[in-house]
Design a protein around this ligand. Structure first.
Ligand SMILES: [Mn+2]
Length: 259
């Protein structure tokens, strides 16, 4: 079987605002990955079929876009490991070149809707604002944003597509707001810090493991998910649970997308 999924690590870190270390995220996920049990009791099969996953050499942020575009031409599903969230708009641009009906599902604690942060437009705090310049996005698990982001979201109507963590809408509403082709970006801080503490800007009141899986399962079943990223894991000595949880998340998503 020719591989269908291709993992690309992009250990980019330039604009992190508090805790550093997300450049070590991809290596930690890749280290844990072989130890994740491949069989899934819910699916009743292995998440990663034999020969279906290939792990590519890591890329810099400057070559990420062209690498993704090439994989899409080869009909692969790119799985991008960050690194900070600013890599997402670069990936999305490549996906939008291939899929004209693209939308983005963001799972994140932060809205990331600032036009610029500390003078930088490509800051990880602006990731979704840059994505929205390319295609629509639905934001889930949000529980941290500035008054400017709040007002901008209200003014533009984006607020209707923000599903705040404290009152999560039903999954079918989220699905309804997405277009046919979907790119998923998961900032690991969408999880409650009890699930994944190893991230640079943690926020209390996050989503739990099965809540996130339910959303992903629903979207994978009803949409054409063309790729995804997992970003902002910031590994810490002594906390291997965060690394394993991020690794299992990658496997689960591949499992949901393998039929
Ligand atoms: Mn975040």
């Amino acid at each position: 079987m020719a591989s269908k999924f291709a993992i690309i690590a992009c250990p980019h870190e330039a604009t992190t605002s508090y805790g550093q270390g997300t450049k070590a995220g991809p290596a930690a996920i890749l280290k844990a990955l072989p130890y994740v049990e491949n069989f899934d009791e819910e699916l009743g099969r292995e998440m990663v079929a034999k020969g279906s996953l290939e792990i590519l050499k890591s890329v810099t942020v400057t070559s990420l876009g062209s690498r993704v575009a090439r994989l899409l031409k080869e009909e692969k599903i790119p799985v991008i490991l960050g690194g900070e969230h600013s890599i997402t708009p670069i990936a999305v641009k490549a996906f939008a070149g291939r899929y004209k009906n693209l939308s983005v599902l963001q799972l994140d604690a932060h809205a990331d809707l600032r036009d610029s942060y500390k003078g930088k437009k490509n800051s990880h705090a602006c990731a979704l604002r840059r994505v929205l310049e390319i295609c629509p996005a639905v934001q889930v698990g949000i529980r941290s944003l500035s008054i400017e982001e709040w007002e901008w979201a209200k003014k533009t109507g984006q607020i209707d597509k923000i599903h705040f963590a404290e009152k999560l809408e039903l999954v079918d509403k989220i699905e309804h707001q997405l277009r046919k082709d979907v790119y998923i970006t998961i900032d690991v801080d969408v999880f409650d810090p009890a699930v994944i503490p190893a991230t640079g800007t943690p926020e209390p009141g996050g989503l739990f493991w099965y809540e996130v899986l339910d959303i992903l399962k629903g979207v994978c079943a009803t949409k054409n998910v063309v790729g995804f990223d997992v970003v902002e894991l910031s590994p810490r000595r002594g906390d291997i649970a965060s690394d394993f949880t991020a690794a299992k998340l990658v496997y689960k998503l591949i499992g949901f997308l393998s039929k």
